[in-house]
Design a protein around this ligand. Structure first.
Ligand code: ASP
Ligand code: MG
Length: 440
C-alpha cells in the first residue's frame, strides 16, 4: 500500500483535481490519498476566525460569503453531471451553513479548530464526488475517526495504527482511499489539527501506521532543490537524500516538506518521495535512510531570527554560566537555534521573540546583553559535509564581503549554519550557489 499526499495547489483548481484523479489511477497498488484544503482556503478560514475573535461579525460574514462563492465556482468547473453537481452543492451548503451558525456562537479556541477543519473536509468530499462521477471506485475515510493527538499535541501512532487497520478492514474490497490531511482529534475528543502545513505530517503518520511502501508528497515543484528557487535563478532538484539531511532544509525555510513530517517515515523506514503534480514524469527527490552521495547538497535560509549576545567577564573560567543562561530561555519556553561561545561571551539565536523583553530582563544580571533582530540563518546541508574537504574554505571564499554574525560548525555532520543580516540573504544565497554548485 502506498500513500499519496496532494498539497493545496495540487487540488486548488478544478483541472488540477482532474489531474490528481489521473495520478491516483495510474497503477493498481492500493493507496491512501491524503488531501490538503484547496490553496488559499485555510488562510481564508484563519481570517474568518480572526474576525470572529475580534467580534467583527460583519467582516466574518463577508469573508464566509466570498469563500462560499469560490466553492460554487469551483464545482461548476469540476463536475459535469446534474447528480454530481447536486451532491457537491449540498456538501457546500452543509459546511457553509456550519460557518454561518458559528457566527452566532461566542468565539473559543475549540471553535477556531472547527473552523480550520472545514478546508480539508470540503476538498476531500468534493474530490470524492468527482471520483464517483468518473466511476472511480473508492472509499472516503474520515481522518477524525483515526488521527488522534494526546494532551501534548503529539500524535498517538499506536492508536492511529489500530484504528486505521480496523477502518481498512471494513472496506476490504476497495483499493483507493481518500482522507483529510491536517485535521485530527485531541485528547478531549474535540476537532483539532497538526498545525499549519500539517498535511505532510498526516501523510507520514499514515504511511508509518500502515507500513506503506512509499509516502509520496505531491506539490508544485519537482522535489527538494539545492537552493531557494524563489531567490536564486538557477536551481536543480536533489535526486536522493537521507532523512537526516532532509530534516535540515525542511526545518530551515525550503517549505516543501513540513519539518515534523520526517520522523514517522524515518522511524518506520518508509521512503518519502517528493513529486510534482505539474510535471509527474520528473524524477523528484527520494528520501530514505541512505544519503546517496557525500558533499554539499543544499542551501536553505530561515528568516525572522533574533540574535542575542551576552558578554561577561565573569564567564571567564566560570562553570554553570551556560546553564544559568539556558534556564532563562527554558523558563520562557523559547527554543534556541544556534549557539556560539567564546571565553567571555555567548551568542545565540531564537526564532520566536514573543518573550524577548522578559528574557532580556532576566539575562541582564549576567552581563551586557546585545540584540540583533532581522537576522537570517543560512544552512549549508549535505551528507558528511563537515568531513568534506575544503567546504569551509569554499564557503568563506564565496562570502567575502558578507558580514557574517555567527558560524555554527560541527553540531551535526550534515549542517554548517551561518547567521547574516536578512538584507544580505539574496546576495548570500546567490554567492553560495555559484561558489558551492557552480550555478550562476
Ligand atoms: N491546509 C493546511 C494549511 O494550509 C494544511 C496543509 O495544507 O498542509 O496549513
Ligand atoms: Mg504544505
Amino acid at each position: 500500500m502506498k500513500i499519496m499526499k496532494f498539497g493545496g495547489t495540487s487540488v486548488g483548481k478544478p483541472e488540477r483535481m482532474h489531474e490528481v484523479a489521473k495520478l491516483i489511477t495510474k497503477d493498481a497498488e492500493p493507496k491512501i490519498v491524503v488531501l490538503s484544503a484547496l490553496s488559499g482556503t485555510t488562510n481564508s478560514l484563519v481570517e474568518i476566525s480572526v474576525s470572529l475573535a475580534n467580534a467583527d461579525r460583519n467582516m466574518a460574514k463577508q469573508q464566509i460569503e466570498i469563500l462560499e462563492a469560490h466553492y460554487q465556482n469551483f464545482i461548476d468547473q469540476l463536475l459535469k453531471t446534474a447528480a454530481a453537481l447536486a451532491s457537491a452543492k449540498s456538501i457546500i451548503s452543509e459546511h457553509f451553513e456550519f460557518l454561518n451558525i458559528i457566527l452566532k456562537i461566542s468565539f473559543s479556541e475549540a471553535l477556531n479548530k472547527d473552523i480550520l477543519a472545514q478546508g480539508e473536509l470540503l476538498s476531500t468530499k468534493l474530490f470524492s464526488v468527482y471520483l464517483t462521477e468518473q466511476g472511480i471506485d473508492h472509499a472516503l475515510i474520515p481522518a477524525l475517526d483515526f488521527m488522534t493527538i494526546d494532551n501534548d499535541d503529539e500524535p498517538q501512532i499506536g492508536s492511529i495504527k489500530v484504528k486505521l487497520a480496523q477502518i481498512l478492514q471494513r472496506h476490504k474490497n476497495k483499493t483507493v482511499f481518500i482522507t483529510q490531511g491536517f485535521i485530527s482529534r485531541n485528547a478531549k475528543g474535540e476537532v483539532d489539527n497538526l498545525k499549519r502545513g500539517g498535511s505532510d505530517y498526516s501523510a507520514s503518520l499514515i504511511a508509518a501506521a500502515v507500513n506503506a511502501s512509499v509516502c509520496e508528497i505531491w506539490t508544485d515543484i519537482d522535489g527538494m532543490h539545492n537552493n531557494d528557487p524563489r531567490v536564486v535563478k538557477k536551481t536543480v532538484a536533489i535526486e536522493q537524500m537521507s532523512f537526516e539531511e532532509a530534516a535540515e532544509p525542511a526545518y530551515f525555510g525550503a517549505k516543501i516538506l513540513h519539518p515534523a513530517s520526517i520522523w514517522p517515515a524515518q522511524f518506520y523506514k518508509v521512503p518519502v518521495k517528493l513529486l510534482n503534480t505539474m510535471q509527474p514524469e520528473a524524477r523528484g527527490t527520494l528520501i530514505t535512510e541512505l544519503a546517496g552521495s557525500v558533499g554539499v547538497k543544499a542551501i536553505a535560509a530561515k528568516d525572522g531570527i533574533t540574535a542575542i549576545k551576552i558578554k561577561s567577564s565573569r564567564m571567564l573560567l566560570a562553570y554553570g554560566f551556560l546553564r544559568k543562561i539556558f534556564e532563562v530561555f527554558e523558563k520562557h519556553r523559547t527554543s534556541i537555534d544556534m549557539i556560539t561561545t567564546s571565553e567571555v561571551g555567548v551568542s545565540l539565536t531564537i526564532d520566536n521573540d514573543t518573550n524577548l523583553p522578559a528574557i532580556i530582563k532576566e539575562l541582564e544580571p549576567f552581563g551586557t546583553v546585545e540584540i540583533d533582530a532581522n537576522q537570517t540563518i543560512v544552512s549549508i546541508v549535505g551528507n558528511e559535509i563537515t568531513e568534506t574537504k575544503d567546504v569551509m574554505q569554499q564557503i568563506f571564499k564565496s562570502l567575502s564581503g558578507i558580514p557574517i554574525r555567527m558560524v555554527s560548525y560541527g553540531g551535526s555532520s550534515h549542517n554548517i549554519s551561518i547567521l547574516i543580516p536578512k538584507n544580505y540573504k539574496v546576495q548570500t544565497l546567490q554567492l553560495l550557489n555559484v561558489g558551492l554548485f557552480g550555478l550562476e
